[in-house]
Design a protein around this ligand. Structure first.
Ligand code: ARG
Length: 466
């Protein structure tokens, strides 16, 4: 007795009444799994209907159960439902209230079911809904990028490798690169929906049940394609949550790359874009500042989403079949990643739509840094028949001369250029202008405005098709 008191004083300080309170605190999930209330009630109604139709419970009991569950749904939505930590999770909270409302018939609902298949079906329904939400949000972002791309299909800007100006491209082409990325995210989301579209309900604790249930019926009633084919896998699988988090982490990574570019572009040093006031803040001390907070937060929140993926992978690693309470740790990562990703997508869509593009600054930067050097080399190959390696060398000498004279490549005189290679003619100047350089890159997927517009048409059509 006194032993217990001493150890309790050592490790139970925070808790009201020793081991029982600590167990309650570590065991309870109601503080976060209450988010699943609608899915839990939907699942229970479908289960009860199936139990009645297969003659496992009476139609009268089923009616009471469904009525009670609908009352609970209204109570939760009205904010009058009292959640209790002592009742551990959403499943027991709902069932206990059902017993208050309808009496002994409530006890029949859990026939041929376990919390193991119940929680699996609840979370699957929730993640599936969220995937549809993400798909819609992604379509909105893709549309916003397509609109900007169309507007700026011919707006030249420097293209970068190693963050060094490499060759001129168009801003529309740059936007379209993100359309490709977010379209892959959209396709990943759809693939994930396809795979998670199977119902675990009816696996019971792990082994199935001796009651004559109809898993196909509940699967259909809940909008799943079919029931999962292995009861052990049904209660132990969390791939659907992992796939959602993996998609979310990749999508967040894409968002962070665009966010980083927005941050760089909006610096006074670049001045390529101006963010709208709604997506930036001023400094309380430096009046000249306009900070790209929303973009920085998109960049920063990526860490959180990726962390949730790694977190759940680590929870699931080494989990023996089938269910283990470890798996209760799946929910908070999924919920927070979902909420974070939704917000990131909305903020990015807003920034892309609202930002002002400074085409003159982009064009000026595109012409600096001898960005058309490759065009000069290509001209030497095409017109004078030089091997590319030699053309590269000649061009290098032209660049060195331009640097020596402190002018850009296209500002060298014909005599200057002919001093390097006497075969050069004034025709060279047509390729040294950035606009012409961009126009000439008509290869499939290239930066020529005609090609960019072709790709915009392709994605618009695909987006319209859904
Ligand atoms: N709250 C639990 C969870 O989220 C529900 C399943 C409990 N199952 C059990 N056998 N204790 O995982």
């Amino acid at each position: 007795m006194s032993d217990k008191k001493t150890s309790n004083q050592m490790w139970g300080g925070r808790f009201a009444s020793g081991p029982a309170a600590i167990m309650e605190a570590i065991n309870a999930s109601i503080s976060f799994d209450r988010k699943l209330y609608a899915q839990d009630i939907r699942g229970s109604i479908a289960h009860s209907e199936m139990l009645a139709q297969t003659g496992i419970i009476s139609a009268a009991d089923q009616e009471k159960i469904a009525h009670g569950l609908n009352t609970i749904l209204k109570e939760i939505e009205a904010g009058t439902f009292e959640f209790s930590t002592r009742l551990e999770d959403i499943h027991m909270n709902v069932e206990a209230r059902l017993a208050d409302l309808i009496g002994p018939a409530a006890g029949r609902l859990h026939t041929a079911r376990s919390r193991n298949d119940q929680v699996a079906v609840d979370l699957r329904l929730w993640v599936k809904d969220e995937c549809f939400r993400v798909a819609e949000a992604l379509k909105g972002l893709i549309q916003a990028l397509l609109d900007r791309a169309e507007e700026h299909a011919a707006t030249v800007m420097p293209g970068f490798t190693h963050m060094q100006a490499a060759q001129p491209v168009t801003f529309g082409h740059h936007c379209m690169a993100y359309v490709e990325m977010f379209s892959r995210d959209l396709s990943r989301t759809r693939d994930a929906i396809e795979r998670m579209d199977e119902s675990p309900l009816g696996a019971a604790a792990l082994a199935g049940t001796s009651f004559p249930i109809d898993r196909h019926q509940t699967a259909k009633a809940l909008g799943f394609r079919e029931p999962m084919r292995n009861s052990l896998d049904s209660v132990s699988d969390r791939d659907f949550a992992l796939e959602f988090l993996a998609m979310a982490a990749i999508c967040a990574t894409h968002l962070s790359r665009l966010a980083e570019e927005i941050i760089i572009w909006s610096t006074p040093q670049f001045g390529f874009i101006r963010l709208s006031d709604s997506f930036s803040t001023g400094s309380s001390i430096m009046p000249q500042k306009k900070n790209p907070d929303a973009a920085e937060l998109v960049r920063g929140k990526t860490g959180r989403v990726t962390g949730h993926l790694v977190g759940l992978l680590t929870v699931m690693k080494g989990m023996p079949l089938t269910y283990g309470k470890d798996m209760q740790e799946d929910k908070e990562s999924v919920f927070d990643a979902a909420e974070t990703l939704d917000l990131m997508l909305a903020a990015m869509t807003g920034m892309v739509s609202d930002m002002t593009v400074n085409a003159a600054a982009m064009k000026k930067a595109a012409g600096s840094g001898h960005a058309t050097a490759t065009d000069l080399a290509d001209w030497l190959v095409r017109t004078l028949g030089l091997p590319f390696r030699e053309a590269h060398h000649v061009t290098g000498r032209a660049v060195a001369l331009a640097e020596e004279k402190k002018v850009s490549l296209e500002k060298l005189s014909l005599e200057d250029l002919q001093s390097i290679n006497p075969g050069i003619t004034s025709d060279i100047f047509s390729v040294l202008a950035v606009q012409n350089s961009v126009k000439s890159r008509t290869s499939f997927g290239g930066t020529a405005p005609s090609e960019v517009r072709k790709q915009i048409r392709h994605w618009k059509k695909r987006l319209a098709k859904g």
